[in-house]
Structure formats: structure tokens, C-alpha cells
Ligand binder design. Structure first.
Ligand code: SAM
Length: 285
């Protein structure tokens, strides 16, 4: 039985890091005319009511999107990358009061063009029906109840041959890093040019270093590591930082993220602490 429900964590600092990057990746895909396909292997419920009991339990969103929220208007000094993400959150909260937070499916849907497609996979028996309801009748979106780690065999390569796979598991099962690495190999074998974004939690530095080392061994071109940390990386039982690795990264995304992450840190940090990282684990060919 899966215990994790994203509704408890929606809009926290890790979501902000992950989603602000996701928006940049989708915008990069949209710069070419050819259609693209997005495959979200661990999709969650789609979007979240921040007034709901789960979201209110620890009010994690207050330390994330809550710190960036300025009402109906963007902060004039926000850079273009952060503004693009905040505009999409604002679109769900048009009256200027922060009540709903878009998950990765809602953000991806907002940036599809008429010929693009979105495939959503979710295996939680309660979140899957919510996801289905969120996109009922939407012909550009397909929702599946299955194991996200089987997505490579089922959906890849998509006929469009252009697109993005988002892998954002719950990390509630031991061995999740290894499952991700196995899946990345299978994706790359089937769809060598597909862009893949993988989220991971940072508790202590040693675990993410092992993950990075294994990613280097895979040797998938343009593998970019991005991290946003609010606490020192020395507590395996806490979410001290948020990591996102991008494989087959779009051209010059590193420059955009080097502008955006320090700005994010500035808005999210507590007491002047924190760190960001954007560097290549494997260079582009
Ligand atoms: N990607 C979502 C977002 O950004 O809005 C959040 C996803 S949440 C971190 C992880 C989700 O993976 C949970 O909804 C959980 O139910 C789901 N999940 C866990 N194991 C899964 C599996 N093997 N296949 C598909 N979904 C799974």
C-alpha cells in the first residue's frame, strides 16, 4: 500500500524548485514548431487545494510558494524564468489569493500547444481518480493507472520523438535511486534523444554523491545537476535540499538555471543559509 500523498507537501520549497525548472524545460520544447509529448511517470493528483486538511496539516506551502507569492501582480524585480513559473501559479489563483497549487500535470498542460500530448501515470488508488477528474474530457491528456517504472516499455519512444519524461517518485520505498537508474537506462535504450528530468531529495550529501557518480557512468549526454538546499546536507531523515537532474538537457538551460536558482534561494532561504548548484555531470556532445 502506498502511503505517500503529495497533497501534504504541495507547493513546498522542493515543489517550487522542481516546477520552476519544469516550466523552463517545457518552454524550451515549445520553441520549435514540431509537436512534443510529455510523460509524467509519477503524476500525483494534478493540482491541490491549499485549504484542504492535508495541505493545512504542516502548511509546507508557506515555506515554498507562500514565500514567493505577491498576489495578482509579479514582483517587478523577478527574473523572466521565475516570472514564467509564477504566472502559471497565478493563473490558478486569479483573484490574487493563493488557494490552489498546480502539480506537474497542470503546469505541463498549461504549456501544451494544440498538437502536443501529455501522458500521466499515477498508481495511488486515491490520487489516480482525482487526476482523471482533473483532465476529464481533455483529448490532449491521457491518464493511466499503472507503475510509472513500466512507462519506458509502454510509452517510449512516443511517435512525436520529441519530448520530456518527468520522473518524480515518492522515495518511500528503499532502493528508489537504483530503480530510477535502471529506468533511465531503459529509457535511453528506447529513446536516446528524449529529455528526462528526475527529482530527488537531499538529506545528506553522501547519498546524492553516489547517485551522481552512477549517473556519470550512464554517460547520457548533457546531464545537468541542479540543487537548491535550505539546510546543511547532514541529516538523512530531513528534506534539507531538492535536487533535479536533467538528461539530454536543452541548449543553454544551464544559463537560465544559473540565473533562476540564486533568485529562488534568496526568496526561500531562512536566516541567510542555503546553497544552489548547477553543473554538468556529463557534458553535451
Ligand atoms: N509529480 C507530481 C507533481 O510534481 O505535482 C508529484 C508526484 S509525488 C512526489 C509522487 C507520486 O508518485 C505520488 O502521487 C505517488 O502516489 C506516486 N507513485 C508512487 N509510486 C508509484 C509508482 N510505482 N508508479 C506511479 N506512481 C507512483
Amino acid at each position: 500500500m502506498l502511503g505517500y500523498r503529495h497533497a501534504f507537501h504541495a507547493g513546498n520549497f522542493a515543489d517550487v524548485h522542481k516546477h520552476a525548472i519544469l516550466v523552463q524545460l517545457l518552454l524550451a520544447l515549445g520553441r520549435k514548431d514540431k509537436p512534443f509529448c510529455v510523460i509524467d511517470t509519477h503524476a500525483g493528483a494534478g493540482s491541490y487545494d491549499l485549504a484542504s486538511a492535508p495541505a493545512q496539516k504542516n502548511r509546507e506551502y508557506e515555506g515554498g510558494i507562500g514565500r514567493l507569492w505577491t498576489g495578482p501582480e509579479p514582483r517587478p524585480e523577478s527574473g523572466p524564468e521565475l516570472t514564467a513559473y509564477l504566472d502559471l501559479v497565478r493563473a490558478l489563483n486569479a483573484d490574487g489569493r493563493l488557494r490552489r497549487y498546480p502539480g506537474s500535470p497542470r503546469l505541463a498542460r498549461a504549456l501544451l500547444r494544440p498538437g502536443d500530448r501529455l501522458i500521466l501515470v499515477e498508481r495511488h488508488p486515491a490520487d489516480h481518480p482525482m487526476l482523471e477528474a482533473e483532465f476529464a474530457g481533455d483529448r490532449q491528456v491521457a491518464v493511466h493507472f499503472k507503475d510509472g517504472y513500466r512507462a519506458p516499455e509502454t510509452f517510449m519512444p512516443p511517435p512525436e520523438r520529441r519530448g520530456l519524461v518527468l520522473m518524480d517518485p515518492a522515495f518511500e520505498i528503499k532502493g528508489e535511486f537504483q530503480r530510477l537508474l535502471d529506468a533511465l537506462q531503459r529509457i535511453h535504450r528506447r529513446w536516446a534523444t528524449g529529455m528526462v528530468a528526475v527529482w530527488y531529495p537531499i538529506g545528506e550529501r553522501e547519498q546524492s554523491s553516489r547517485f551522481h557518480k552512477a549517473l556519470k557512468t550512464l554517460g547520457i549526454p548533457a546531464t545537468l545537476c541542479t540543487e537548491l538546499g535550505l539546510l546543511p546536507y547532514n541529516n538523512p531523515n530531513r528534506l534539507c535540499g531538492s535536487g533535479m537532474v536533467i538528461l539530454n538537457s536543452p541548449w543553454q538551460i544551464d544559463l537560465a538555471l544559473r540565473r533562476m536558482l540564486p533568485e529562488l534561494l534568496e526568496r526561500l532561504r531562512i536566516g541567510g543559509r542555503g546553497q544552489t548548484r548547477v553543473d554538468w555531470l556529463v557534458e553535451a556532445r
